[in-house]
Write a new protein. Structure first.
Length: 157
């Protein structure tokens, strides 16, 4: 199973998301993250990916969730470690991979995100720990929203 990271910045009543410009999930709003490289810890990978995709350095990387994504098609299973950041430095900038944008919590564009985000993102915003598993028909693209076949999500105390 491939290990990935996902970082969501929450500041005041806003959430920073990025429009994925290329690769897996292109055309969708998402957090910042990606693959864990050989020799890296999950936290190091999360911090590196956030910086590479947004030019932002996290001051308080807090892992709140783990999500397993499975696909009915031949896409490999993914284990995604989800982090919340509220303190950061650096000047936000668009990169080759992501176009960052702030959203008010009430205006998060769930309809242009992965179908599972609406279930766990409110937990992350609230600072709750969680774990879940989502089975999709196939990955989302700019033109296609993946269908959830089954799901399990629980809050961890």
């Amino acid at each position: 199973m491939k290990q990935l990271t996902l970082v969501i910045i929450c500041h005041d009543d806003q959430v920073l998301l990025g429009m994925k410009k290329r690769g897996f999930g292109a055309g969708r709003w998402n957090g910042f993250g990606g693959k864990v490289e050989l020799g890296e810890t999950i936290e190091e990978a999360a911090a590196r990916e956030l910086f590479e995709e947004s030019n932002v350095v996290a001051s308080d990387l807090l892992e709140l969730g783990t999500l397993i994504f499975k696909f009915v098609d031949a896409t490999p299973d993914l284990e995604v470690h989800v982090f919340r950041v509220s303190e950061f430095s650096g000047e936000l900038q668009e990169t080759e991979e992501m176009r960052p944008q702030w959203f008010e919590v009430k205006d998060i564009p769930y309809e242009k995100m992965w179908a599972d985000d609406i279930f766990w993102l409110p937990l992350l915003i609230a600072g709750q720990k969680f774990k879940g598993e989502f089975v999709f028909d196939k990955p989302s693209t700019a033109e296609y929203t993946a269908k959830i076949i089954s799901q399990k999500l629980e809050i961890i105390c």
